[in-house]
Each structure stands twice: as structure tokens, then as C-alpha cells.
Write a protein that binds this ligand. Sequence first.
Ligand SMILES: [Zn+2]
Ligand SMILES: [Zn+2]
Length: 144
Amino acid sequence: MKRSFYDGIIRDLKDQGFRLTKVRMAIIEELDRAKKPLSAGELIGLLKKRGLGPHKTSVYREIAFMLEQEIINRLSFGERQDRFELAALEHHHHAICKVCGEIEDIACSEGIRQIEEMLGKQKFKVSGHLIEFFGLCTSCQQSS
Ligand SMILES: [Zn+2]
Ligand SMILES: [Zn+2]
């Protein structure tokens, strides 16, 4: 089962004196619960389901705040919208189905780390990497 980061994030925000609005807490909870990175549109839909019905701009403002506080990371999968996931998650990659949009978490691997090492030898100091994979998921392969 996936670890929950909700309590820790809420505690940190409280300690730093930030306001804990209903929308702020709900966004963190939905991102914590989500099995994949969420777009702003998906977040708005999830909040509406909870009867919060926040204004689009307040959700975008919250996302900007959370990016600035490094609570979430922005991911781009070449869609029209960016996606967001909790920064506290263990480092990993994604495999995205180009047909249905299914997103799967992929663990980092020795091969990827070897590239960092190689760059290090070329005097390039790597501070991180973003690698996403695109293709067809199992069910989309079967129906094509
Ligand atoms: Zn698919
Ligand atoms: Zn990696």
C-alpha cells in the first residue's frame, strides 16, 4: 500500500504558520490519495465531487503556492495540461499510454543512474533527472 504523506504535509504547513483552508487541505488529500499525477482539471473535478466547488482561479493559486513550497512537482507528459504529484513521493518515473492516458509509476533503475555517473565523469554535476516513457498500455495493445 502507498504511504500517506497527508498528515506530515499538513503539520509542516501549520508549523510554518500557513492557513489551512478547506480547499488547500482537500487538494493535498486528493493528491495523496491519487494513484497517478493529477491535472488541475481533474483536481477541480475531485473537489467538486466533495461539494467544495472551488473557483478555478483559487485552485490554480493553490497549485502555485504548493509548487513554491515544494509540496508538489509539476510534470509534463506532452498533454495540453500539466500534471502534479506530491514531491514527498519516492523518486520514480512514469509510463504514459498515448491512447487512453493511463499512467503507471516506474521505478528508477541502475541503467538510468549509470547515465548520471557517466555525466559526472564528464564533469557535469547532475542534480536530478526527469524521464517519462510513452507508448501503449496492455489493454490498448489488445484493442488495436
Ligand atoms: Zn491505454
Ligand atoms: Zn530516476
